[in-house]
Design a protein around this ligand. Structure first.
Ligand code: URA
Length: 210
């Protein structure tokens, strides 16, 4: 596995992921579990955020208290499944700025095509966390990161729930500077591009569509 990949093997993450994989898990529970796991993953992805100190007064005396440095981070959802991970991160970092990238796959070229792009200003000064639960082929993730770099982002991290080795390879070749955080790396993709054993279509499972 490339050095840029961190598999968050915390027991709570792994237990919740197993529940999400089960086909009988309801939409409501699936969504709740995704939110809970994302909180735990967000803890890891932000572990080395830049810090500074600020002079504060406790009820007893003054102290130099550690606080987050720099501009508020930008959280970017790749539509539509990325939206299921927004609340988990925002629970921990409520002041994060939020952006959205919509991509679809052109059926003839099989390449991702952008249909929506709305991101916070000043990406060059922010930690940018891209969320998408399933890193499958890696094509849309790599394209989303291309767009963010074109928009000025220089400090990007990719946060997903499940990854396929194919997606990890594609991302780490296209963007070796972008660390990937995931709860698991599964066996591989099937002929339809699903992660195996995976959990099915994450968007359908969280929104109750088919
Ligand atoms: N997207 C999904 O939702 N599931 C997969 O298995 C692969 C891509």
């Amino acid at each position: 596995m490339p050095e840029s990949v961190t598999v968050v093997d915390h027991p709570l993450v792994q237990h919740k992921l197993s529940l999400m994989r089960e086909k009988g898990t309801s939409t409501a529970v699936f969504r709740q579990l995704l939110r809970e796991i994302t909180e735990l993953l967000a803890y890891e992805v932000t572990r080395d955020m830049a810090m500074t100190v600020k002079r504060i007064d406790t009820p007893l005396e003054s102290m130099d208290a550690p606080t987050l440095a720099g501009k508020k981070l930008a959280l970017i959802s790749i539509l539509r499944a990325g939206n299921g991970m927004l609340d988990g991160v925002l629970e921990l970092i409520p002041l994060a700025r939020v952006g959205f990238i919509g991509l679809y796959r052109d059926e003839t070229t099989l390449q991702p095509v952008q249909y929506y792009f709305k991101v916070p200003q000043g990406l060059d000064d922010r930690l940018v966390i891209v969320v998408d639960p399933m890193l499958a082929t890696g094509n849309s993730s790599a394209a989303a990161v291309d767009l963010l770099k074109e928009a000025g982002a220089t400090n990007i991290r990719f946060l997903c729930l499940l990854a396929a080795p194919e997606g990890v390879k594609r991302m780490s070749e296209a963007h070796p500077d972008v660390p990937i955080f995931t709860a698991a790396v599964d066996r591989g993709l099937n002929e339809k591009g699903y992660i195996m054993p995976g959990l099915g279509d994450a968007g359908d499972r969280m929104f109750g569509t088919k």
